[in-house]
Design a protein around this ligand. Structure first.
Ligand SMILES: O=C(O)CCC(=O)C(=O)O
Ligand SMILES: [Fe+2]
Length: 498
């Protein structure tokens, strides 16, 4: 499943190019064949128009012995079609990985972009983003497909937005007939029923009935309407989820108080090396501390990392719900930093920058997101049960270091949704933050997300450092300081926002 994650678009485009060429070849050859047939039939007809001619019997026999067999031969020659079928069979066999869930994933990806960034849906379906035309328009059928996919994923409020757009486009098109319009009202009704909105559902059923009174689904909807219930509130439509989306849009700003303490400077310690080559750093948040370093990885290093990782990228998992495309849509792989000097240098640099002991750092994780790709709000550190089998003896993930290996044309910020912090991806930048309170408890304020990519793709590299033997790099405070973040562990305000 999962959009962009499994599908390699460049190879799909290349496959399609081969198919187009082969298909064009088939059309040209078939046109030649028809011309040939036309010529022969004209010749035959012309000869027939001279009755009484002394040559008639000779010509008639000739036609049956020469022209008609030739026509039969031409008709029987299917080589052009066979060529096309062979090429398409060969190419389709290499597409075995492409399936319906990729199609669903692509639909969800588009809907996610619209929803997260509050994009004008008429513009988006016209291929316009940020006032600029980027791609072809979607038809009403495309919008209908997206809406139906959203229905199946129980994203009913979002489905309504797409069904509204389907209706708008259908009414503008020439093929709007009663039965198609009734399909649309049917879909309105189904979504309203699932949302527990009886009056709107009833209105939609009425419209469906006006358009197509004999429609069998009317009875089904009426029965469902009789048993309508108020659904459980969904996280996707909660205030806390809205906060995440607003952070992705950079629609929240830090209070004056928070901003006052933040500084930009050159980092010249703790490692002596930094005195010679300081990093430009920016404090993004004080408590918990989040810091950005510019040019923390060179273009050459980036090239090496991406080229090495590329062939091994696989659909990313999370420790939670791996099968749910709403959690994480990206491809990733692990790189052992001891395997190549380029990686070891980067690994050592992290020690210079963060001051943390790097000995218990997990392998680097390289990840790539394409359009629609994202990673929903999460904390990087493990809750106890999840740590099992994942080197619990090395402690929890005390530090997260994330390098941006690419720029992103639009979207793809890292959003700390409880802190209102939006970090824009920028090639060479490093973000570092600490996930744990000094006593070792998870700091739930560090919940963060990779916002959906609107245009382009995004490459990152993560390094998670464990807490074992950090006693001297991060000494424990005398008082327990984890109270401030505990409310954020379960902080979900299930209050509707739309
Ligand atoms: O892609 C991002 O900006 C965030 C990625 C992330 O949080 C992770 O990989 O754990
Ligand atoms: Fe993360």
């Amino acid at each position: 499943d999962l959009f962009t994650s499994q599908v390699c678009f460049n190879s799909l485009l290349a496959t399609e190019k081969i198919l187009i060429e082969s298909f064009e070849n088939y059309v040209v050859k078939t046109e030649e064949k028809l011309e040939n047939l036309n010529r022969n039939i004209e010749l035959i007809c012309k000869e027939r128009t001279k009755p009484g001619d002394p040559t008639q019997s000779f010509l008639l026999i000739k036609r049956f012995l020469v022209y008609w067999p030739k026509i039969k031969d031409v008709l029987e020659d299917n080589s052009a079609m066979e060529d096309f079928l062979i090429v398409s069979k060969l190419n389709f066999s290499s597409l075995h990985y492409l399936n319906k869930s990729d199609f669903d994933g692509a639909a969800l990806g588009l809907a996610r972009i619209q929803d997260t960034y509050n994009l004008n849906i008429e513009d988006l379906t016209a291929g316009i983003i940020g006032g600029q035309k980027y791609s072809s328009s979607l038809s009403w059928e495309d919008c209908f497909h997206i809406s139906n996919t959203l229905f199946n994923w129980k994203l009913h409020k979002t489905a309504l937005i797409w069904i509204e757009e389907t209706k708008r486009k259908l009414l503008l098109s020439s093929n709007n007939n009663n039965s198609t319009l009734a399909d649309i009202y049917d879909s309105f009704a189904s979504n309203y029923i699932m949302l527990g909105i009886a009056d709107k559902a009833s209105e939609a059923i009425q419209s469906m009935n006006d358009l197509q009174p004999d429609r069998p689904s009317i009875v089904t909807r009426l029965n469902e309407l009789n048993e309508i219930t108020i659904p459980e509130k969904s996280y996707i439509y909660s205030k806390s989820y809205d906060l995440y989306k607003r952070t992705c849009r950079d629609d929240v700003s830090l209070s004056k108080n928070q901003q006052r303490d933040l500084k930009c400077r050159y980092k010249t310690g703790p490692a002596p090396f930094l005195k010679l080559a300081p990093f430009k750093m920016e404090e993004v948040n004080k408590d918990p501390s989040i810091t950005v370093y510019y040019n923390a990885i060179t273009n050459n290093e980036i090239k090496y990392v991406i080229n090495t990782a590329k062939p091994f990228l696989e659909l990313s998992g999370t420790f939670g719900n791996i099968d749910d495309p709403r959690i994480r849509v990206s491809k990733s792989m692990f790189l052992n930093y001891l395997e190549h000097s380029i990686l070891t240098v980067i690994y050592k640099r992290l020690n210079d920058i963060t001051g943390l002991k790097m000995k218990y750092t997990e392998q680097f994780q390289v990840a790539k997101y394409d359009i629609g790709g994202m990673y929903e709000p999460h904390v990087d550190s493990f809750k106890d049960s999840e740590t099992e089998g994942n080197y619990p003896e090395f402690g929890n993930r005390i530090g997260s270091a994330m390098f941006y290996l690419s720029d992103v044309e639009m979207g793809g910020s890292t959003a700390f949704n409880y802190l209102g912090v939006n970090i824009k991806p920028e090639k060479g930048k490093l973000v570092f933050w600490e996930n744990l309170h000094s006593g070792g408890a998870i700091d739930f304020r560090t919940k963060h997300a990779g916002c959906p990519i609107v245009l382009g793709s995004k490459w990152i590299m993560n390094a998670w450092t464990r807490s074992l033997e950090q006693t001297f790099t991060r000494p424990c405070k005398l008082i327990n300081d984890n109270d401030v973040s505990t409310i954020f562990e379960t902080w979900k305000i299930f209050e509707d926002v739309k």
